[in-house]
Design a protein around this ligand. Sequence first.
Ligand code: ARG
Length: 585
Amino acid sequence: ANKEFTGNPRRQLAKLFEVSLKLTVPDEPNVEPLIEPGKFGDYQCNNAMGLWSIIKGKGTQFKGPPAVGQALIKNLPSSEMVESCSIAGPGFVNVVLSAKWIAKSIENMLVDGIDTWAPTLSVKRAVVDFSSPNIAKEMHVGHLRSTIIGDTLARMLEYSKVEVLRRNHVGDWGTQFGMLIEFLFEKFPDSDSVTETAIGDLQMFYKKSKLRFDLDPEFKEKAQQAVVRLQGGDPVYRKAWAKICEISRNEFAKVYQRLQVELEEKGESFYNPYIANVIEELSSKGLVEENEGARVIFVEGFNIPLIVVKSNGGFNYASTDLTALWYRLNEEKAEWIIYLTDLGQQQHFHMFFKAARKAGWLPDDDKTYPRVNHVGFGLVLGADNKRFRTRANEVVRLVDLLDEAKDRSKAALIERGKDKEWTPEELDQIAEAVGYGALKYADLKTNRLTGYTFSFDQMLNDKGDTAVYLLYAHARICSIIRKSGKDIDELKKTGKIALDHAAERALGLHLLQFAETVEEACTTLLPNVLCKYLYYLSEEFTKFYSNCQVNGSAEETSRLLLCEATAIVMRKCFYLLGITPVYKL
Ligand code: ARG
């Protein structure tokens, strides 16, 4: 296929304008092209005004920004992709793309596959640290956000050819293990006899041992010694610890499997052997000071210091995170490290990032690689606008949410009589795809920095901006193609697309903006950007379908190919959002 059809108009235009900028203002070689989706044309180039303010004092031949814009147009290399350019307002260059070129790009994608549209990021390897629940505590709805948003970011980076280390930084180390282990010994003197069913509900187990810890000073004493033994490597204690972790791990794995999320566990304990050396390195750089018995790092902009060694000599969350960062940069050679937790932990992240910059591990700005980002998110709220809880005011368990999402979508399918059309297995699979998809999409479509109100009724609505609506839209497109009776794979190879109707052209252009949308969602770390794109895609499709007859029309081949391209892009969006597409609904 022609190299010029890369399926990323924004980038391709930027390349053309880069050439034009060099010709127009040869004395300003470092000006980067500013290309955006346009208000009047398909795209606009916004360089003229900024350039003018740079060159006007330097005796330029140009008489103002519009003249600079004119020159940018004149110097633009000729290209199949550009239909026309014009100047608007104070000097914006509007670009109208060629409908032929848009059509050709889509034809190429249909032949070569949607992966040829994947953006290329300049990063080779990234760590996404997400989900990361705490051992012996149940995963709750806050971990749901971390899991869902983190998985989507990982998928988008992977699609953009970045190698992603998907890290589950589980809380498997720390003082709570003293009481858990002592409690375990009381109940099961022989830790080999501990089975999952014996402990049963780990959350209950945690609660009971905590109660014991708070009420019984003798138990508390033992628990504190247990921590020392565990951290000192006592094999009996290590074994009990490993057992508790294993039971938790199996519970987490069930949730990940249902959500179809891949994660590799490297918990806090993994970094423990390296902490002392890392703190030593930071000390030798003069960063660590004594403060009220603890050892701390003072970082600019915060009125409290970052504690890296507690007054009892133990390490903490921050020392572990500094060590994990060191490991990821030096041992794993990651260039971009992305952390997902709720915004409540923002200060922790910003403080240890600052400490790492002070140590010279990271550049001072947060755009140059190696780069770290805390991807924070807001709370999930209940109908009462307070933190989402059960009626009994307990934390909402993730498994219960998944069950309910599935049950409700199954009931809705049965109401539509699908139990008569489909096998029980199909019903089950589709209920899961719809139910879990709805749960994920409702989370991903809001800007993560704000919280959202959890509502099954809303997320499972088949109208509006919901996964259910989108899954239906996709299934409807599949059915249009099926009903044509045409072999779409054959058509793809030879068929031609024409974008003569305005609605066809608008749909075609939107399809072609898929890659740059993924790129934007990656660089801004905002998955809602992709959700918005997907929702608009379904709207553009609806406009097209209500204006242009597909089956039985003179333009049938071209229009079926547009249907197919839309279905392919929708499926890729679903995939990137972790949603399983459905072909009939
Ligand atoms: N275990 C922590 C929690 O549940 C989240 C860990 C996030 N990752 C990290 N590297 N600190 O709150």
